[in-house]
Design a protein around this ligand. Structure first.
Ligand code: PGA
Length: 322
């Protein structure tokens, strides 16, 4: 295990070198490469009933309408775009509630085939027809629990674009990869494989979500992590697959985002690198959002747990601009 890991690190390090280019950063909102903030609420397999989903949506919309800086109430340049990802059965009704307030809905998943004998799967045309503007592709839970490979994720990204929707491509390390210190290498590989065949002109519709569960938190919170890991081991829960409440340090997260821009620059050009929106994902809360959003290369957040609370997600969407 350790031997093959070392080999993996060595081969991936070469890939990173290939991607590393000198790179100047651009703040959100600079004239040349303005990046509109985007906040996404990924409800995952929650809540349990349609009634609860509608309560959550109406509660969120009511709170949002009291706030100032979201596109729901403010169409000015620089307003924050908001997208909700409800489970499939709730998409239409949630869209009816939030759509009139300028909030988009998206699909947590699609299959890359157009139609046919694929029991349990949902096609791009289907989610498009119920109003989805976005599709999550390559979410860590799909990669680790449902075996989504980079080849499949790439097919889903391209299918999403083919149907005029926008993929949010999720990249990030597993717990094991994090422990090996190969976060950058993994992100570089996923971005390059998952965007293969996506043309430069299509990149304006692509958002990247960088989901870094524990990141630098391991150093600051090492004793806490040991306790959590021990407890979860007893409970037989995968530590990496849940929201731990530990957020990556802002600067460390920003560094990974900047690194992803170097990958994009190598694959495309500086314009794509600087104009592609990159969200941070992983245990974002009302307490952590302002610091994250103050970073030069973090353009929004992919929010799981906190998006299930109308007040928490409304506060996240209405982060304090600095
Ligand atoms: P989390 O989930 O905010 O609960 O960590 C984010 C996500 O997985 O989309």
């Amino acid at each position: 295990m350790k031997f093959s890991a070392a080999l993996l690190v060595a081969s991936l390090a070469a890939a990173v070198d290939a991607f590393s280019v000198q790179h100047a950063t651009t703040r959100v909102g600079t004239e040349m490469y303005a990046r509109q903030p985007i906040m996404a609420g990924n409800w995952k397999m929650n809540p349990s009933t349609e009634a609860d989903a509608l309560n959550l949506s109406t509660g969120f919309v009511a709170l949002l309408n009291e706030m100032e800086d979201t596109c729901a109430v403010d169409e000015s340049e620089g307003c924050t775009e908001v997208v909700l990802f409800p489970p499939f059965p709730f998409i239409s009704k949630v869209r009816d509630v939030v759509g009139p307030h300028g909030i988009s809905v998206g699909s947590q998943q699609i299959y890359y085939e157009d139609k046919g004998a694929f029991t349990g799967s949902v096609a791009a045309s289907m989610v498009k027809s119920v109003g989805c503007e976005y599709v999550l592709c390559g979410h860590s839970e799909r990669r680790t629990m449902f075996g989504d490979s980079d080849v499949n994720i790439n097919a889903k990204v391209r299918k999403t674009l083919e149907f005029g929707m926008k993929p949010i491509l999720c990249v990030g390390e597993t717990k094991d990869e994090f422990d090996l210190g190969i976060t950058k290498e993994v992100c570089a590989m996923q971005v390059s494989k998952d965007l293969a065949g996506v043309a430069k002109e299509q990149m304006k519709d692509v958002v990247i979500a960088c989901k870094l569960q524990l990141c630098c938190g391991i150093y600051c919170f090492y004793p806490v992590i040991i306790i959590i890991e021990t407890t979860l081991a007893v409970l037989d829960e995968p530590v990496w697959a849940i929201g731990t409440g530990l957020v990556c340090g802002n600067n460390e997260a920003n560094e990974i985002h900047k690194f992803i821009r170097t990958v994009l620059e190598k694959m495309y050009d500086k314009e794509v690198a600087e104009s592609t929106r990159i969200q941070y994902g992983g245990s974002v809360t009302p307490d952590s959002v302002d610091g994250l959003m103050a970073m030069s290369d973090i353009d929004g957040c992919l929010v799981g747990g906190a998006s299930l609370f109308a007040d928490k997600f409304a506060r996240i969407v209405n982060f304090k601009k600095q």
